[in-house]
Each structure stands twice: as C-alpha cells, then as structure tokens.
Write a protein that binds this ligand. Structure first.
Ligand code: G3P
Ligand code: CA
Length: 243
C-alpha cells in the first residue's frame, strides 16, 4: 500500500499552523490528509488550535477556554509564522469540514484534552464527523488514551490512533488495552522492526513529525502506512520519485 501523507497542522512549515490557509496549502501540495488540533471555547464550540493559550500563534492572549468563539474570531492566527497572513483566523472544526467534506481529503483530529478539562469533547467531535459523513475518512488521535477509549465506546466505526512520545516498550499492548487501531509513533522511536511487529498485531503505523528529506525517506523505507509532516509537498515529491 502506498503510504499516506498527512499535513501536520496543515502545511505548517510554510503557512500559519491550524489555519484555513495552511489546510488549503496542504491540498495544493497533494497531501492525502490534514492533521489538526481541536479544543473547546468558553461557549463549547470546537476550535482548531494547538496550544491551550493564544499567545504563541495568535494576536490574543490567555486561555482559549476562557474566550467565546466570537472573541476568538477577532484575533489573527498568523503570529509566529514566517509570513504575514492578515486574514488568517482560528477556524472551527465545522468550517474545516464544510470546506473539505466534498473532497477526498482525510482528517486526523487530535483531541487536545490531556492538559485541561474539555467536557464532552469526544461527543461534540463525533457529532460534527457524523454531520459531514466523514466517519470513513477521519482518524481520532490523542495523548489522552482514556479519551480514545471513550471514542471507541461512542462509535466503534471510528479509527483511533494512539499518539505518544518517548519509548513505549510494547506499544501494541497499550493500543489493544485502549482499543486503538493505529500507532502514531514519534520519528525518534520509529524502526522497521516496530512497523513489522505492529502490523502483526493488526495495527497501522503513522510516523510524526517527519520533516527532513532524510527522515521522510527513512520512514518510507521502514514501511510506515503514513507520515505526518509540516512539509507535505516535500513528502509528495519524495514519494513520487520512489514509485
Ligand atoms: O499527530 C502528531 C502530532 O500532532 C502530535 O503533537 O504537539 O504537534 O500536536 P503536536
Ligand atoms: Ca497535533
């Protein structure tokens, strides 16, 4: 199977992360899918932003959870990006789905609920996935394994990815415990052996965050089922050259 290329927070190596601008750029670069981070606003809307605070990536400050969606919409979301995108805003999950539901694009939705309380995040995300009929094209990932288990209980048809950092000696055992379908393995823990063993346990393997040309080549050589990269255009060129 040809490995899939997922654009990490969109084509975030070149565009402001987790914005519509970076997601459209990922599509132009022929990414198979986009990875994005979701969390809740004060009025329980699903917004796409990585940090729990606004300061690094937007012109706002303080906790995302302390702001309503309307308040968040006022802030620019191109802070920290190498270029200025004055119209870039924090998108809602709904807005992303609305833009791409009619395309073949796949989604990795990372639930950002391992540091702060995000009540009913799982239910709200599933509601949006169903509204846009995207169950077959969506993977839910999280560092919060209990939350992944909750997703499976709520909708066994959804694919879940156990997202981790650092070494886990037998990650397939952890995946089984939490009923996950995939391992999302940090690049420094990826190996051909790990991929092979994971496949034996019926788990697919995605590598993250695989950015340099060498790492992209190495990940493909190891037999990953997909990789998550800030540079989907680079990964696509390398994949084309190999085929
Ligand atoms: O999907 C992998 C990656 O997104 C996890 O880390 O911190 O970039 O959200 P982070
Ligand atoms: Ca993420």
């Amino acid at each position: 199977m040809t490995p899939l290329i997922y654009a990490h927070r969109g084509a975030s190596g070149l565009f402001p992360e987790n914005t519509m601008e970076s997601f459209y750029a990922a599509v132009r670069r022929r990414a198979d899918g986009i990875e994005l981070d979701v969390q809740l606003t004060r009025d329980d809307k699903l917004v796409v932003i990585h940090d729990h605070t606004l300061d690094r990536t937007t012109t706002g400050s303080g906790l995302v959870r302390r702001h309503t969606l309307q308040e968040l919409r006022q802030f620019r979301a191109d802070r920290g990006s190498s270029s200025r995108y004055s119209r870039a805003r924090i998108p809602t999950l709904r807005e992303v789905f609305h833009a791409f539901a009619e395309t073949p694009l796949h989604f990795i939705i990372e639930l950002k609920n391992f540091l702060s309380d995000q009540p009913h995040l799982e239910e709200l995300v599933i509601e949006q996935i169903r509204r846009y009929h995207l169950t077959d094209r969506t993977i839910i990932s999280s560092f919060n394994f209990d939350s992944l288990q909750r997703i499976k209980q709520l909708d066994p048809a959804l694919t879940t990815g156990l997202l981790y950092v650092g070494p886990i000696p037998r990650p397939w055992e952890v995946a089984k415990r939490y009923a996950a379908d995939q391992l999302h393995v940090p690049m420094d823990q990826l190996s051909a052996q790990l991929v092979k063993e994971s496949h034996k346990h019926n788990l697919t393997v995605l590598g993250w965050t695989v950015n340099s040309s060498k790492d992209i080549q190495d990940a493909f050589d190891m037999g990953v089922d997909g990789l998550i990269t800030n540079y989907p255009g680079r990964a696509r060129k390398i994949l084309r050259a190999r085929s």
